[in-house]
Design a protein around this ligand. Sequence first.
Ligand SMILES: CC(C)(COP(=O)(O)OP(=O)(O)OC[C@H]1O[C@@H](n2cnc3c(N)ncnc32)[C@H](O)[C@@H]1OP(=O)(O)O)[C@@H](O)C(=O)NCCC(=O)NCCS
Length: 114
Amino acid sequence: MVICLREGGDLVGTVNVNGIVRGCYQRGMLGYAAFLPYAGRGYVGEGVGLAVAYAFGELGLHRVEADIQPGNSASLRLVRRLGFRKEGISPGFIKIDGVWRDHERWARTADHVY
Ligand SMILES: CC(C)(COP(=O)(O)OP(=O)(O)OC[C@H]1O[C@@H](n2cnc3c(N)ncnc32)[C@H](O)[C@@H]1OP(=O)(O)O)[C@@H](O)C(=O)NCCC(=O)NCCS
């Protein structure tokens, strides 16, 4: 999905709910990115929030996950603001630029009360 400005319709970022597993899991994984020059203005956070609501609503998921490198401050702030909680860290979790990188595991469930 793309994230657009309400006024003017400029593309400000992208968000996806990937790797959906149904059955007794009902979970999906978030991916998102901001497009310059719109980064850092709260637009992507708002768009990701709408995508999470869509995942719990229309898609009927129980759980949405985000895997984030420990140094990715903007991404960590974004999910924290959306009510995700840190569940742990997975060493060497995703290969990026040829290196297996550690990732923090963040998630939110449809019935979260934390
Ligand atoms: C992660 C990313 C999507 C955030 O986009 P963004 O446009 O900054 O998002 P928002 O403006 O909605 O806000 C993100 C939060 O991070 C903060 N932030 C933005 N840039 C920051 C930086 N360089 N360092 C620390 N915090 C930063 C914002 O102030 C905001 O925090 P707040 O809600 O407490 O005010 C963007 O940095 C990006 O595209 N990064 C590259 C791709 C990526 O890392 N995707 C996620 C993979 S897990």
